[in-house]
Design a binder for this molecule. Structure first.
Ligand code: AHM
Ligand code: MG
Length: 333
């Protein structure tokens, strides 16, 4: 009976967001329209990524690996920029691919700012490992848009999400009232709600980090990872999982629990990941799912970015694991 109901009563992402937005009395559907343009971008990239291997085999794309890789990044960026502009609902766009922010021309302007990484995990493209798109959304209130509108702490975002191009195409979204996951049904071309109200387990048995950087780590990171491997309290050692695609590593962390860290180190004091379109959206989702996100100094969503492409160390995941990291940094003083 209920299986039947599931098949005939499809909760698409559009229907879901319309329901959510209708709870706001002054909602005019702008957010739903913006989201449908982001969804279009994700579907396009999903299709392009799944054809990339084939294109290489039959020589559709560039000549060299480097060139081909770049093409998929650039193509994804072009698609998102055009889709977002044409939504008529955006005013400023910040992409990892573009040095400068894009200020949308007045005739196409709306009230949202979108920060995004159109295709993250580029080192994984050529071998067919999961990659993704990450996005965060700010709201601007009735004034000429300026860069100040996006140089805001992550806690001011009104929505954040990512799309993972993996064994299936999964879009995870939060509009500030929990986290929900949708899976693309290729036969329908629609994202269907498959992971309602995602909560991250309070503790986790997995840590995720590029351990090749261990030589340059600081004390707290070194101590934490040592504890994962050689626990002294009688608990079992944790498992290590590291894909090297933030979207995939964070997605697993969200569903299974554990911690994902890209710490600062002696060579890169601010780590690698970018504040606006990597650290903030993922931190927003983690908090909305009941986890935490910490920079080694403060709550990640309290950071105030000073530069568009600024980086920050990040520790995010299960509540208890991030508590441990916080205690180690506090002890160091
Ligand atoms: P990219 O924007 O060049 O793709 O780099 C970002 C990626 C993240 O997806 C991932 O978490 C990280 O780089 C992995 O870095 P490393 O290879 O140093 O472990
Ligand atoms: Mg990136």
């Amino acid at each position: 009976h209920s299986a039947e109901a599931q098949r005939t009563d499809l909760m698409t992402i559009t229907r879901f967001v319309l329901n959510e937005q209708s709870k706001h009395p002054d909602s005019r559907g702008d957010f739903t329209i913006l989201l449908s343009h982001i969804v279009l971008g994700c579907k396009f990239v999903c299709s392009a990524v799944s054809k990339a291997g084939l294109a290489k085999l039959i020589g559709l794309a560039g000549e060299t690996n480097g060139e081909e890789q770049k093409k998929l990044d650039v193509l994804s960026n072009d698609v998102f920029i055009k889709a977002l502009k044409s939504s008529g609902r955006t005013c400023i766009l910040v992409s990892e691919e573009d040095e400068e922010a894009t200020i949308v021309e007045p005739s196409k302007r709306g009230k949202y700012c979108v920060v995004f990484d159109p295709l993250d995990g580029s080192s994984n493209i050529d071998c067919g490992v999961s990659i993704g798109t990450i996005f965060g959304i700010y709201l601007v209130n009735d004034h000429e848009p300026t860069l100040e509108d996006v140089m805001q702490p992550g806690k001011n975002m009104v929505a954040a999400g990512y799309c993972m191009y993996g064994s299936s195409c999964t879009l995870v979204l939060s509009t500030g009232a929990g986290v929900n996951g949708f899976t693309l049904d290729p036969s329908l071309g629609e994202f269907i709600l498959t992971h309602p109200d995602i909560k991250i387990p309070k503790k986790g048995k997995i840590y995720s980090v590029n351990e090749g950087n261990a030589k340059n780590w600081d004390g707290p990171t070194t101590k934490y990872v040592e504890k994962c491997k050689f626990p002294k309290d009688g608990s079992s050692p944790k498992s290590l999982r590291y894909i090297g695609s933030m979207v995939a590593d964070v997605h697993r962390t969200l569903l299974y629990g554990g911690i994902f860290l890209y710490p600062g180190d002696k060579k890169s004091p601010n780590g690698k990941l970018r504040v606006l379109y990597e650290v903030f959206p993922m931190s927003f989702l983690m908090e909305q799912a009941g986890g935490q996100a910490f920079t080694g100094k403060i709550r990640a969503l309290d950071l105030v970015p000073q530069k568009l492409h600024e980086r920050s160390p990040i520790f995010l995941g299960s509540y208890d694991e991030v508590e441990e990291i916080k205690a180690l940094y506090a002890a160091e003083g």
